[in-house]
Ligand binder design. Structure first.
Ligand code: FMN
Length: 208
């Protein structure tokens, strides 16, 4: 099953970074891609803080990440980095938990001064988790992202998010083709073989 998982790292119920995620989710859905959402703030805080991966909340969330081909992460910038909530979740992922997945990071911040927080803070952690394919990501300042679901996003941000979604969907469609390839190829090889043997039967042998 091919799907993307979206991870919201904000502790706030009305969240700007989650708003970016909602936009990306609806664009992915429009591109025909299944999306499964992990809202870290909804997971058991006790399980997260104790890194109790036997807790149902974490087991389920970790299984969602493990099975995804693409992982979209959104976080607020907190103290010049990403949120502690997101770090608590990333800390319970297996060491190679993002290997072989396309990862797209997004952040919102109060000030453009921390525009590079994705690059210097979050991306090294994603790499440490085995991610080899990380999109450039999008950083938006608060003024560009209204919290209200029905208010429109800043046009430049919407365009950059849309470009990320295009990259994500292209990757996922290619992965799906590759995933199905052995089965298709086996069928193709079988029919090519039987076509060859049908021809071979009609063809005179060298010995004859
Ligand atoms: C505890 C805390 C720390 C913050 N630190 C920063 C910061 O260092 N740099 C910055 O640009 N914004 C900072 N902000 C502002 C948030 O990043 C910004 O409002 C963001 O859009 C909030 O995202 P959210 O609504 O998804 O939680 C901070 C906000 C809080 C509550």
């Amino acid at each position: 099953m091919t799907y993307a998982v979206t991870i919201s790292g904000s502790p706030s119920a009305a969240s700007r970074s989650a708003r970016l995620l909602r936009f990306v989710e609806s664009e992915l859905a429009e591109a025909g891609i299944e999306v499964r959402r992990i809202d870290i703030r909804a997971l058991s805080p006790a399980a997260l803080l104790a890194a109790d991966t036997s807790h149902d909340d974490l087991r389920y969330a970790l299984a969602q990440v493990a099975g995804a081909q693409a992982v979209v992460v959104a976080t607020p910038v907190y103290k010049a980095a990403y949120s502690g909530l997101l770090k608590a979740f990333l800390d319970v992922l297996p060491q190679d938990g993002l290997a072989d997945k396309l990862v797209a990071p997004f952040a919102t911040g109060g000030s453009p001064a921390h525009l590079l927080a994705l690059d210097y803070a979050l991306k090294p952690v994603l790499s440490a988790l085995g991610a080899q394919h990380i999109l450039r990501g999008v950083f938006a300042v608060d003024q560009q992202v209204p919290k209200e679901e029905d208010a429109t996003l800043d046009a430049a941000i919407a365009e950059r998010l849309g470009a990320s979604v295009d990259q994500l969907s292209q990757w996922l469609h290619e992965r799906e083709v590759i995933r199905q390839w052995p089965a298709n190829a086996a069928g193709d090889i079988r029919s090519a073989r039987s076509a060859r043997s049908a021809q071979g039967a009609a063809r005179p042998t060298l010995a004859a």
